[in-house]
Each structure stands twice: as C-alpha cells, then as structure tokens.
Design a protein around this ligand. Sequence first.
Ligand code: URC
Length: 311
Amino acid sequence: MPTILGQNQYGKAENRVVKITRDGDTHHIKDLNVSVALSGDLDDVHYSGSNAHVLPTDTTKNTVFAYAKEHGIESAEAFGLLLARHFVDDTEPIHQARIRIEEYEWERIETSDANSRFIGADEVKHSFVRKGQETRTAQITYDGEGVEVLSGLKDLTVLNSTNSEFWGYIKDRYTTLKEDYDRILATSVSAVWRHNYTGGEQERTPNWEKSYAQTKKHMLHAFAETYSLSLQQTLYQMGSRVINSRPEIDEIRFSMPNKHHFRVDLSPFDMKNEAADGAVYYAADRPYGLIEATVLRDGATPRIPVDMTNL
Ligand SMILES: O=c1[nH]c(=O)c2[nH]c(=O)[nH]c2[nH]1
C-alpha cells in the first residue's frame, strides 16, 4: 500500500531553564519549562533519512539556554516569540515553530528579621517560595489512654539563589562534582512534627491553626536566613528554629530532596555563565539528593517513624 507522510513536527520538549537576574542584592527568578516543536520542509528525513534539513533537537535545546543568557527572560510570551522567530527566520527549511511554555512562579520569602541574629532584612532578596505552596498533613492516634498528634506539610518548594556553597567533601576515584562557592539551593520540604500534647484532662489543647502557621513561618525564615554549606546544615537549622521557637513541639522530621540546578556550560558558544553575573541553570528533576533527618528537643524520645515523611 502506498503511503504518504502527514503532519509532522519535532523538537526538544521540556527544557527546564531557570534564569537568575541580579540587581545588586535583589535577585529575580524566571523558571520555565520550554518545549520546542518545528515543522517545515522535512519530508526527506522521513522518506529517505537525509538529515540535510534537520536542525538537531539538541541544538534547539542549546538555543533555549543560550537565548535565556543572551536576551534574558522578560516574560514567557516575549521569550517564546524570540525563539519562534529565530528558528523560522534563521533556519531556511523550518517554516513553523511552536514554543510551548509552562512557567513556575515564585514569591519572595518575607522575613521580619527579628529572629535573625546575624543577618539583615536584605537576605530575603534571594529567597523564594514557589507559588501554589504546600499540602498540610496530620496524623492523630489514640490508644484509649493517650493521643499522639503529628502535624506536617509536603511540597513546600523553596529556593535560595545565592548564599549556598558545597565543598570540602570526600573525593574518591568516582567523584566528578566540582566544588561550588555560589550555587542555587532548592528543595521541596516534607516535614512531620510531633506535639508534646498527650490529651490529658489537665492539659491545654494547642491552637493547632496557629501552631501550624508559626511552624511553617519558622521553617521558611530559617531557610532564607541560613548561609548554607550543605542542605544537611540548612535542614538542621530549620528544625532547631522550630524546636526553639515552639514549646509545644518536641520533634520534627524532614525529608528534603536536593533539587539540583546545574549551571549550563555556554562556553561552546563563547558565552560566560557565572553566578555573579546572573546565570542560566538547568533544573534537573532526577536523580536527586535526598536529605532526611530528625531534630529533637534535648531529652525527647524520637517517635516519628523514619518513613513518615515520604508517604
Ligand atoms: O547540600 C548537599 N549535600 C550533599 O550531601 C550533597 N552531595 C552532592 O553531590 N551535593 C550535595 N549537596
């Protein structure tokens, strides 16, 4: 049976590009998922395998990152227009470009710096929490005598665009990671915390709503205010801030994926991409580091199950 080629398109889907722009201490973030689909004079590659009219999908990916660096990302629409025009106007066999973009929006973490001993209000200028925010969780158990109340949250995604370093680690024959003195630190916080309330008649019932709001606030502030040498250190700071600020909580357990943002190597295009100038990053989704730990009030017994935070 004779066949003919129908509608076709190709390109690189889901380029996760993060552009940080630095305006002095104030950082701006644009976080996009960009999919490129090109069509045009592409019968031959399908019929005969000739690639003479094919701009590689790999090139379309590089273009997304290089354009983010060269032109910045003013808006998804403006960035999409730039890319679409480039692919069609500058590549003869390409007649149509479709750029689809999802944008993940971030809000600044607002801190009164009342809790911060060593840094000022400026510090929030590079700390963000992703819009949409978290899911709140609770687990209540009662055995006829006492109650146990575990509160928590998951999917609270936060990012510091500076004040994060990672160096001084073990290097063996398989280590390729470069030491980094100015990296993005991003994580999606899952946390479960245990109230010391046991349901006794003489006990005052905690104000659950207020306790939750305050606990979340302390976690966010500690994240924003910690100059981080590792995600482990940031986690511990967040836990201690909660335990030290909330007398009703004795134990908190975190599960925090290290949402890696790798600085894109733009040197093949003779472009610099230094953190200090505002860089373009590739947001990798997997694999990811997974950092988990419990922080306890001194003397408290650990009771939160180890796997509780990744249900
Ligand atoms: O904060 C980090 N902690 C690690 O244990 C680790 N390991 C790694 O490769 N990167 C990081 N970052």
